[in-house]
Structures are given as C-alpha cells and as structure tokens.
Design a protein around this ligand. Sequence first.
Ligand code: CO
Ligand code: CO
Length: 349
Amino acid sequence: MEKIIPVKLTSLTTKGGCGCKIGPADLAQVLRSLPAATPNPNVLVGLDTSDDAGVYKLTDDIAMVQTLDFFTPIVDDPYDFGQIAATNAISDVYAMGGTPLTALNIVAFPIATLDKDILAAILRGAGDKLQEAGVTLVGGHSIDDQEPKFGLAVTGVVHPDKVRTNAGAKPGDKLLLTKPIGVGIYTTSLKNGLLSEDEVVEVTKVMTTLNKTTAETMANYDVHAATDVTGFGLLGHTSEMAKASNVGIHIQANQVPVLPRTRELAEAGKIPGGTKNNFAHVAESVTYSDTLDQMDRWILCDAVTSGGLLIAVAEQEAIKLLDELQQQGVDARIIGEVTEENKGHIIVS
Ligand code: CO
Ligand code: CO
C-alpha cells in the first residue's frame, strides 16, 4: 500500500503534555475524589479494580466487555498509527478473556490545516486491523482539534464465568509475557529520528500484532490471571496483578524479552517521562537485585503501547501453553513465577 508521509505526524503535539496516559499517581488522586459508584450486582469488573476493561453481566451466559483507548501519534506513518491504535484498543478485551465484536472511532484532527488523506489513512489502518480481529466498526465521533489524536472504544463479550482479570494469580503459577518491551524507549527515539527504517518497522510490528492468537490459545488453559502490558510498563502491570491477586511475584530480568537496541537508546537518554513516572510509582512495591543498574530498572518500567499479555498460568500447563504460543508465532517467554510470600510485592533478580 502507498505510504503517505507529508508531515512528521509525531511532531504535531501542540499543547504540551506528552500525549501519554495520565500517570497512575495523578489518576488515583483524581479518582479518589469521586463519590463511590452505586453497587450493581451485574458489574463483574468495574472501577474499583485496576483492570483493563469493564465487564457487565447481561444474562447468565453473556457479559459485555467495554474499553476505550486513544492517544497522540507515536509513529509518523498515519496508516500504521491507525493500526497501532486499533490493536491497542482491542487488546483490553483480549486481556479480559473476551471476544471483541464492535468498535467506535474516536478522532481529533486539525481538518483545516492537515491533509484529509492523512486522516483517511489513519482510519484505513484501524479498519484493516478491526477486520483482521473480526471486529465491526459501528460508528465514531470526530472533533476539529489542533493536535491529532486517535483511538477506539471497543465492545466484546465473554462468558461471565470465564472473565480473566488481574486478580486470581496463585502461588506456583508461571508468568508468561507475549511481546517484547522497550516500546516506549523506541518510540521516543523514533520521535527524535534515532531509529533506522528497519527499527521503525520492528517496533511497529510489535505494536500492530493483535493479541488475538494469544487470547484464543490461553482460553484452553488453566489461566488464573491476565492483563496486557501497556502504559504502566511491565512492572506497573505486574504490581497491579500482585496486589489484586494478593500474591508475591518473582521476575527474572534476564528472561524478559526486550527490543534489541533498547539499552543503547536508553543510555542515549531516550527514556520517556511516563517510564520514569512508572518507576517512581512502583518503587515501594519492587525489590531489585543489586546486579540490575538504574538503566535495567527503567527498561523494566518502560511505558508500552500495545504490548503483549502477561499471563499467570498453572505451573503444570505453562510449558505446554508456551510451546503452543511459540508454534503459532507468538514471541512468548516465561519471565517469572507467583509466590506465596511477599504479598503485593515484586522481587526482580
Ligand atoms: Co490494558
Ligand atoms: Co487500555
């Protein structure tokens, strides 16, 4: 397909801010100030847990999974940006064990000053990903805004008894991660023109790979907890799992898949602000081995866009699940295990 790059999309951030998620500490402070939601027995997963999506029971057999995600451009190619945004938004349905069905586009675009073909390419990229995922676009909303932003609201279904949340990890479980990290450091480097064309392709491939195969495969296994690794970074999402499941988690840093030039780019200073926020936010919940220097620690907290699933699976099934995922081309690794001791805490060695 012909690529349109008349402008550097990532350079269009106009209003300050990083276009990334509002940090976990700031967000928690805001949410604390809201009145508690009225209890509703049909809300299976709601605001009170840090899960990927909301789940609402419609009947004894069907619950609805709802999520949305949007952000400023993180790559320059509009078609790729659309694909990334869709892959990322759908991922939260997969992380909950659901099947995504419908989506709505969320568009902010400077329609008077930026070529309309760019917006068309963004929407085409998203549309192609939705089609790959078997999701039907049923509408959307657009506003004229100086700074482009794009994302989607996605709705799916899940059996009420088969919802996967980040609670439920059990001592002895193995932890699988299904995509490499380092995405935030790569995309920050991309904005600064430090990536080769091949590296742009490489990180784009990570962000545009649907977690569909992973989700469909894990459905057949004794998976106790799952989440996708995104803005709060590997250790941020692991920490949420440890707390929600009331277990300890041991991560083996040398087993964590990392994009090849992450460390070099981090050493060149291309660490996103969000990554440093993540590091600070989990500081009290993580004990790092002395062998890991500050650079290693930042990398483990790197803010990810459209990352893989983090899966806690019964020990006796872990190797089988790993094999099946790898056979289907998913770059999954066992990166650690769940422990009885150190509840709510992560040990990284
Ligand atoms: Co998520
Ligand atoms: Co999300």
